[in-house]
Structures are given as C-alpha cells and as structure tokens.
Design a protein around this ligand. Structure first.
Ligand SMILES: [Zn+2]
Length: 150
C-alpha cells in the first residue's frame, strides 16, 4: 500500500485547499484501506451516497458534501453468479456479486465471499470486509467485499 501512504506512513487522502478530504472514489478506497466504509451525505437533500460521486444521483446537486461512516452491515438485495468474468477475476469464477442494502440506506455493489453459492439468499445479513492485499492490476486500490454476518 506504499502508493497510498505519505512519507509519515499515513494514508494520503486527496484534500481541498482547506484540508478537507474530497468526496472522491479514490478517497473512498483510501478509507477502505483503513477498514472504514464511508459514504458522503449530500448537503442539498441529505441522501447518503456510497461509493461517493461528485454529483448527487438523487437531486443532481454538486454541492459540498460531508463524509459519514457506515456500520458496514446490511441485507442482500439482489445477486448474480459470474461464470465468465473479466480476465483479472478468472481464477475466482464462479463467484457471486450482489447489491447490499446498507442499514443506513445506500445500496453498495460488491463481490460476495465466504459463502457457498447455493447458500446465498435474498435478504440474508451480510457485512463488509476488506482485502488485506492489493490487486496486481489497475486500479491498485484496496477492495472491500461482502461476507455472511457472524
Ligand atoms: Zn442530493
């Protein structure tokens, strides 16, 4: 994770001129590398957006927004099993990807691990977990995935 760290060994967040951590996907993945799932709250309509976008998908405002930490818990809204993945995920196939309805509201897409494909159920409780190794291919971001709640 060297590329994400400052010379002091801290996470190198991308900040604005006032020192605030910008609401970007790059910073979202930097939070993931610290084991934190963060959404941004739209200052116009108060929607939570996760992963963040520069324009709110609900009200289309492009105003300032603030980071809010998510608990990383939710229910499986829908899923699909991938048998023919992109080349970098070939070794993992077949695997499941799904959309997690977070307790706080946002819907987060991601890979589902640590569960047999035949045991997947719509509505099951899942938690967000974080990869400890970086992918070899672009983008070299620490990734999150979903696993059954214990
Ligand atoms: Zn909004």
């Amino acid at each position: 994770m060297v590329a994400l760290l400052t010379s002091q060994g801290k996470i190198a967040y991308i900040r604005d001129e006032k020192g605030r951590i910008l609401p970007t996907v790059e910073n979202f993945y930097r939070f993931c590398s610290e084991g934190r799932l963060m959404a941004v709250k739209c200052s116009q309509c108060n929607s939570l957006i996760c992963p963040p976008r520069s324009i709110c998908p609900i009200c289309c405002a492009a105003k300032e927004s603030e980071w809010v930490e998510m608990k990383g818990k939710g229910k499986l809204l829908t899923y699909t099993v991938i048998h023919f993945p992109p080349s970098q995920f070939q070794a993992l196939a077949p695997y499941a990807v799904g959309i997690l309805q977070l307790e706080e509201g946002p819907r987060l897409p991601g890979m589902i691990k640590n569960v047999k494909l035949e045991d997947l159920r719509i509505g099951m409780d899942l938690t967000v977990e974080y990869e400890t190794t970086l992918p070899k291919e672009w983008p070299k971001w620490p990734r999150y995935f979903f696993k059954p709640a214990s």
